[in-house]
Design a protein around this ligand. Sequence first.
Ligand code: SF4
Length: 453
Amino acid sequence: MKLSILRDPSTPPPPVVTPTPVVTPSSAPPADHPRDASQQRQKEMIANHYRQLSRAKAEGKKVVYTFVPGNLTELIGALGFLPVLPEINALQSGMRGKSAGYISEAEKAGHSEDVCTYVKCDLGMMLAGNIGPTGEKLPDPDVLLLSYTGCFTFMKWFELLREHYKCPVVMLHVPYQGDGHVTPVMRQYVVDQLRNKVIPELEKIAGRKLDEAELSRRLALSAQAERDLVAVWESAKHKPSPIDGYFGGVYYVGPIFSSFRGTEDAVAYYRELRAETEARMAQGLGPVTPDGTAEREQFRLVVEGPPNWTSFFDFWRMFSREGATVVASTYTRVGGLYDQGFQHDPAHPMETLADYAMGCYTNLSLPQRVDLLARYIRDYSADGFLINSVKSCNSFSVGQLHMLRVLEEKTGVPGGFIESDLVDPRYFGKANISNRLQSYFQMLTARRGGGYA
Ligand code: SF4
């Protein structure tokens, strides 16, 4: 199939803007950034995973590359594969100041400026030797496992990786929730693919049969971690919220979105995180921010859209220094809507994998997304909602201006709109975003009838 996200080589290349310096203070965590025990645990889990990946080939372990939304982590683990998640590597590169260079590599190789910057960052990293975020080399994939959930880019991304690595792609086609719900026929369609195609092909590559009891054991561990994560999300209904459900939230979803769902490590992490959150709530503390514990909760917000990673801490401070806490966000739900009733069910392994893949945020229709945001605004008593629109992320940005209008009508709560990017620092206009946020917060204050402090 023609790779449509490649630029036509006969057209002149777009001007390559000189990338910003490799490490900027805004992209690095502050030296005294507070770290909870759970955060330290997560750091060690991730470091250990990358160490395992660096030894995978020498130890004869098979490696699967796969994406976050609709991932089949428990199945991958039960078959003995080690997963690599390209989006996670891309965002890590963004936070570590490496994405500008990687994106530039990918653009020099012919990838258009309009392509999702996660893709270009990943391809650039691959072209530069595939050194992962911890400085260790990532192993080549034995298979690319594509759960196709709502974003067409995922398919084109793996076509490019398949060309480079010359390895097989196994695809799970996940029906889009176009009519706003999952039907029994849709569920059966996914289950049949799992049983008749995905699992047999993975078994061949893994060199072993799937142990269904092991799969169920892992699904039970997933459900345990998911329950604790829901308690963490719901703590934000408390005033003040003890967590930030967007900037802090992206740390909380790290293990469950990536390689750790269905493991004892994830269970221990979420148990600890929940205990820390409940302790903060009992003490009436606000969330941890880059400047320490938030001292006031001036505004409660719901956020739609992915965050910017290259200036993550600068971006966070634009909120935290104004007393704005994000009480719920959709980005932290792309790897599972556990707080909306779904949790993995070990008694029905295939059906639950199907429901999980079909239920993730990127697979929801626009009216479903609007309804979810409206529920968050109501249930978390939000003063406002904000859309961070990322032009290169089709899956999130499509329809966002329409969503803004419908949500305002539906909830009566004022919305704000800013634009940035995932991992391309050229598209993070600090002064512009800061000005827009300031105006938005002033408007929220004025609506309350108060002066702006
Ligand atoms: S377009 Fe958006 S959802 Fe799709 S791969 Fe890129 S970041 Fe992910």
